[in-house]
Design a protein around this ligand. Sequence first.
Ligand code: FE
Length: 343
Amino acid sequence: MLFETFTAGGCRSYVLGCTTSCAAILIDPELSLIDHYRGYLLQNGLTLRYIVDTHTHADHFSASRQLGEMMGAPVVMHRLAAAPYADLRLDDGDMLIAGALKLTAMHTPGHTRDSMCVVMADRVFTGDTLLIGGSGRTDLPSGDPHELYESLFDKLLRLPGETLVYPAHDYKGRSHSTLAEEIASNPRLQKTERSAFVAMMRDLDLAAPTHLTEALRTNMSGGKTVAELLAAAARGVPFMSMVELNGRLGDNCELVVIDLREKEAFEAGHIRGARHLPRGQLELRVNGELPDPTVRIITCCEFGKISILAAATLRELGYMRATALDGGVSAWRQAGYALELSP
Ligand code: FE
């Protein structure tokens, strides 16, 4: 069997590969690692058979939907998962088979109601139900400390003590542990009495994870993150560096620099000769402002993000020479290039 761990920040994902059948299963993929998974699968001659999310993640962006579409593999989640893109919904005890790989779902609600651990021979992928030296929190949407108590003490911890534990997170660089080690030393598992455990979980008072709303929105709906939206737009437009643009500005400049910011920002300082066309009015005014679709347009905004979306929109509209400035007016200013004030 091939087995590989992928790490992004504190997030862990795992690829299991059957060397006889070349089938692979990917557990808890993270959006920023899509090309890493694909590279690993290709390098090892593996075909992805299943993509498993152990639960609806609230703290990172799942890559399941995108990978499922790219690689034609079904996205597997517990049947209570809200995600409309889950293709195969499992109940407690259901097993996935891919070549010699056999993975069994153990429904372990508590961190979220759709949490499941995935059991395979000598190991268990615990999602956020059990972490090394910790457990998932129970204060996020659909979390419940009573359910986590039952999932841990009445289910997960009844597996053999030597079972290897591979969690969905670890922030201290530990690769895995065993259930026996966790039972002996995990602080969360020392409260073996229900009311004490529930009280401990309720008293944790943790800060909300970064990206909570965006992660829940995208992971529950299959929608895009803002970064994905920008990346998709960026793939369809060229950029011009600040050095290049600065060198081309002048009396005979053939470029049409479009400043997409609001009026006050534009008046307070803009690139020489730039025309003001706020992003919010782009589509409404484009016919009047840019009658010639063959002009070479450079879009700019404050931070160099909206300008990408605007250049992509202009290209879609037929302005085939629309280009985005690499960086925004803020970077332009910081780099010491001249800004012009409105009269
Ligand atoms: Fe989680």
